[in-house]
Write a protein that binds this ligand. Sequence first.
Ligand code: CDP
Ligand code: MG
Length: 753
Amino acid sequence: RRHDDGSEKSKASSEQDAWEEQQISKSRLQFGSKDREHAGDGYELVFDDAVEFVKSAAMAGTEPEDDVTDELADEIDAKVTLQKELQDERKTLPVYKFKEELLKAIAEHQIIVVVGETGSGKTTQIPQYLHEAGYTANGLKIACTQPRRVAAMSVAARVAQEMGVKLGHEVGYSIRFEDCTSEKTVVKYMTDGTLLREFLGEPDLASYGVVVVDEAHERTLTTDILLGLVKDVARFRPDLKLLISSATLNAEKFSDFFDMAPVFKIPGRRYKVDIHYTVAPEADYVDAAVATVLQLHVTQPPGDILLFLTGQEEIETVDEILRRRTRGLGSKIAELVICPIYANLPTELQAKIFEPAPPGARKVVLSTNIAETSLTIDGIGYVVDPGFCKVKSYSPRTGTESLLVRPISKASADQRAGRSGRTGPGKCFRLFTEHSYRKDMEDETVPEIQRSNLASVVLSLKALGINDLVNFDFMDPPASEALLKALEDLFALGALNCRGDLTKTGRRMAELPLDPMLAKAIVASERYGCSEELITIASMLSAGNAVFYRPRDRAPVADAARQRLNAGNAGDHIALLNVYTEWEQSGHSAQWCLDHFVQPRTMRRARDVREQLGALLERVEIERRSCAGDLDAIRKAITAGFFRNIAQRRRDGSYRTVKSWRTVFVHPSSGMARVEPPAGWVLYHELVETTKEYMRQVTELKPEWLLEIAPHYYHNNNLNKPEPKKAKAHGQTSSGPVVAEKPSLNLKDFFDV
Ligand code: CDP
Ligand code: MG
């Protein structure tokens, strides 16, 4: 159904590149004829430098006229006007009226819970107020954490603009693998995960004077862990101010957790929202959503539309359908400007959602949950809510984490509806029945900590010296079964010893901002002499799922290109390594990407990630070495991290996971999906559940490696063990290792559950 995805993408990405070029040239100023000569020598001033230049020239009493073109003067005028508008706009936000009162409350109390509707100015204004009030005068920074990368970046960009500074100077952001801050930075937006990592290097957060835990109502896994950690830090750092900010009125819980901290309520402005339900359940919410959007567009008075979808893929589909349909209608309808927004959307494109639609046109924003509370888009008059979102769920029994599309909670549905009533009365179209709202939906979303794999946070906590996890101050404690599973997993990876203490391997793993299994594979690469290759593979895996594209009209060429990179069916991990290596040898060429049907954006991101992983290797003292094409060395290092993700082929072509006897399949996007003869034993990076359970990023391995690399996890003494109540396994492949009954870790020794 979406095979032509690729062609759209390839076109989109070349358009994207052109657009980037344009933005870059726009942001730099060209100077008059005299200076243009210099420009040829790479002499280009960026805008802020130009303003500085004009200012200093004015101060020095000279006339800058000679050096300044009309164009420059106009741009400066425009900038001054924009600044004035921005400052006026700031004063209209609900929080503005409470500025003094809020600052007073902060001065008087160490910890405050701030509650206010989305869009009242909590995220963008409060850090600025604190900065203006002198909380950064002592050289300390203000941290403001966000659950989502996109929010951290876009909010920082906005605040930098409001403060009239360049992003990354006084105002910056820091997210995993991307640090846009400098020595000057005093207001720092960051993901909650980034602050959690900073704890490792600075357990008392000494460089911060204020920490704002923003969007706390989202209750992400890392937010919950942070809440426990900052509460503890606040006890021994009485000078540290702590703000917990939430968009929902259910703030008592935060106040209780922080020993009855005062709650500061910012009365919101919220207009009436008319809520419409469908009379019968919708069979296909994507179709229903498209139809609703188009119908609203042609029948309703001005006002932008916000449609909530579950993820990037779905957003891209709807984007494409809407484009096709509106193109078909041509000039019969007003223009519809389609703006997607999701976590992996490139930074440069994110700004687009905040731009007003041209006169006469209507904007439709296609968004994931991110627009529910983290981002505020002005001018939304209509919300279309299919009532679904992607949620993580985790089964400690099988150790599988899956991302599933599930109905949202009532609280989410109400938040979503509210997005239409910010600037005037709004309308919300729910693509579900009133009955299902009242009877089927949960009141609140279950906090993520109660439905996640905890291995990663347990490793971080252990690295922080927090050993007594049962008595850690959790707002809502995770299931003890999940905590146990995390400890078992970390033990099996060699990150913990049998007493549950962090090992040297574990300490190194904790330094790498990656899933513990991937971190272990990198640490293990030292032994196999292939750390260079492993950081490349890890970077490619972290850079996003969209490495290749496959335009329908050129599918055979694309497949051939891909097949070649998948040299000798060596597996997806090696293919990723090949892609990166060839791209690097091409001098990071965009043309190479085009020729090989590879997304240039993913490659650029992989390069950034790789650079940082390289620096981290040095920090954990792992020598950077290349194994020069010894593929088994690379595969063994990967196995050292992923030995639990193993599956064996069955006669019917499906695979059975060795760990939990689940029936799984090779994902159709994998280079291993069409390999002949098919691999008997495979290792996979992750399982994704759609229509079936699929293994993504698959590599063949030799079963004896499991005995060599993870003897504590696999043993060979009962080979040929038949599957329970099933036909005998595939003759040729049945003699392989089987999982040891239990890892030889006695949890009772150190963990009292
Ligand atoms: O955090 P809260 O939801 O209370 O509000 P905010 O994110 O501080 O947003 C305040 C205002 O800033 C809103 O009216 C947004 O439209 C605007 N804003 C923006 O224009 N661009 C951004 N990247 C972020 C906010
Ligand atoms: Mg906010």
